[in-house]
Design a protein. Sequence first.
Length: 322
Amino acid sequence: MAPQSADELRVRAALTAAQMYYLQNLTMDAIARELKTSRSSVSRLLAHARDTGLVDIQINSPLERGGQLEQEISRRFKVTTHVVPIPETTSDVDRLERVGMTAARLLNRYVDSNMTVGVAWGSTLSAISRHLVRKDTHNTVVVQMNGAGNTQTTGIDYASEILQRFGATFSARVQQFPVPAFFDDPLTKDALWRERSTRRVLEIQSRMDIAVFGLGSPFAEVPSHVYIGGYLDAADYRSLSADKVVGDVATVFYRQDGSWKDVALNARGTGLHFDRLRRVARRVCVVSGSQKLASLRGALAAQLMTDLVIDEGLARRLVGAT
């Protein structure tokens, strides 16, 4: 038998410590004595077990406020809901990080071998990608859902960092979508969409088993990347205002009633049209911050999600406003 590597030995030790702590109810001191190590080493092993997905902790409390909100949102909007309890005094930046962490843990359960996972880009997906927990799969593909280039940058570096984190986490092949976020002319987009290289990526997108996205909003305190990254000019903002747009999913814009087809800017955008997005079996929407209420209501009206990860403050406003 080949000697075990240092990583394999650490995983084995972390698994042993986790089984003793969570299944046998031994104290860290007792585990340290059995493993002939220090209490601090046991603590690090348990942390490693949690961080790498060896341990998946779930809390189910009938008294939890978030649980009641989850049930109410699920009943009203027919979506599986995960409410992240966060104090009202928490800043929107920290709120996004906590919601992103929760979403990352959930994705570890959802993503498996032989899946195609669609990933948008933006502030929310960047937060999620920083908290992903490693899970080895095989024959899994992570595909970019919309272009990221603009007149200032190709967007490849920004979107690629998010995609590469997803790919490394799930041992997946990564497929970028190297096109602009918006074309200057819809006819240019139509021509490129006929090219075989582009059709290949569009075909991969059509096979998505899971789509993961946030909600863009021009009103959020943590600005959506599409609104601050040089993607829109003054004429675009006037167009969005005239069309009464409240948000976007992967750079496809929509109104509060969920309508989107006649929004002018969508003719130039490269995001997945909602008719196609709704064909994806599991659509995970991650959103935080009370300023995204209008954007969230529009996305729910458009029936864009099957799963919703949301902070408690926004969840309360959603329930109170509908």
